[in-house]
Design a binder for this molecule. Sequence first.
Ligand SMILES: NC(=O)C1=CN([C@@H]2O[C@H](COP(=O)(O)OP(=O)(O)OC[C@H]3O[C@@H](n4cnc5c(N)ncnc54)[C@H](O)[C@@H]3O)[C@@H](O)[C@H]2O)C=CC1
Ligand SMILES: O=C(O)C(=O)CO
Length: 313
Amino acid sequence: MNILFYHPTFNSQTWVTGLTQRLPEAQVRVWQPGDHAPADYALVWQPPREMLADRSGLKGIFALGAGVDAILAQEQQAPGTLPAGVPLLRLEDTGMGQQMQEYVLAYVLRFFRRMDEYQLQQQQKQWQPLKPYRQESFPIGIMGAGVLGQQVAQVLVALGFTVRCWSRSPKQIEGVESFHGRDNLPAFLHGTRLLINLLPNTPETAGILDLALMKQLAPQAYLINAARGAHLKEGDLLTALDQGHLAAAALDVFADEPLARMHPFWSHPRVTVTPHIAAVTLPAQAMDQIAANIRAIEQGKTPAGMVDRDRGY
Ligand SMILES: NC(=O)C1=CN([C@@H]2O[C@H](COP(=O)(O)OP(=O)(O)OC[C@H]3O[C@@H](n4cnc5c(N)ncnc54)[C@H](O)[C@@H]3O)[C@@H](O)[C@H]2O)C=CC1
Ligand SMILES: O=C(O)C(=O)CO
């Protein structure tokens, strides 16, 4: 069995060694331009078109992340990047769920305990206790109740928050009110005081975080965008903050990354910027899942994390 690996920034040797340990029967190699030798599987992030274009015989292409929007966009721009008919798989959880729980919780507590406002007050040497928020009047809404969204919902429910989620189809998550479909989006947004976005970036969800949506939230709402920058209309966020529809936003992802030095988000007093670190790929867990998936495919079983290319996630 031959496995190709390509990632523009990961330490390739870690992956070659780790995969070889998990799949001793496999020959694992780092793809280099000009390599057209046979391969059964490919593990990739931002692959050059040349890498996979003529490889319709692959048994699986593993994206080295949870979101596959970038690789699907590459295919749109340079058809052939993903050979037709080859299954595309993504990472499911592999330790990202816990990281996302930590990231979201950090900001939920920052906003709920008004730490962002106390930080501003400290800069002005102002000693001014603020009225505490109460959990009953602080409903939290999660857009995208998939692998990550569900884990975030669970940790918030465990802390006593009122949690609702919105997804394509109905979900059963203990203690969480489930809304689904576009028709029910207004009902989900109505009264939501803190909105967390964990949707995949697809043609249906791109630009969904716009001014019209923000106006439907409770007044002075909070936003955490930890999914993709393409979901957010950045100018609309600034307007919503200016007009008081939103109190503050925590952003981990941006339309253009890295965020340009002149971008207004850097210095906005009510915007917090992190450099796309909410949940990163953990090599050991990712390789465990990929190796298990390769074994499943070899045995004719259904692997985890199959992407529906038409749906976009
Ligand atoms: N900031 C970061 O570090 C990271 C960000 N991500 C982002 O998080 C996203 C979510 O990851 P997972 O939970 O693993 O994905 P998932 O595929 O398990 O969950 C997606 C959820 O979104 C819902 N959804 C999809 N299209 C919808 C639509 N049109 N309307 C309503 N609901 C819709 C689905 O029903 C599902 O509940 C990834 O696609 C990625 O973009 C993932 C990992 C790290
Ligand atoms: O896995 C993903 O989709 C990520 O965004 C990792 O940072």
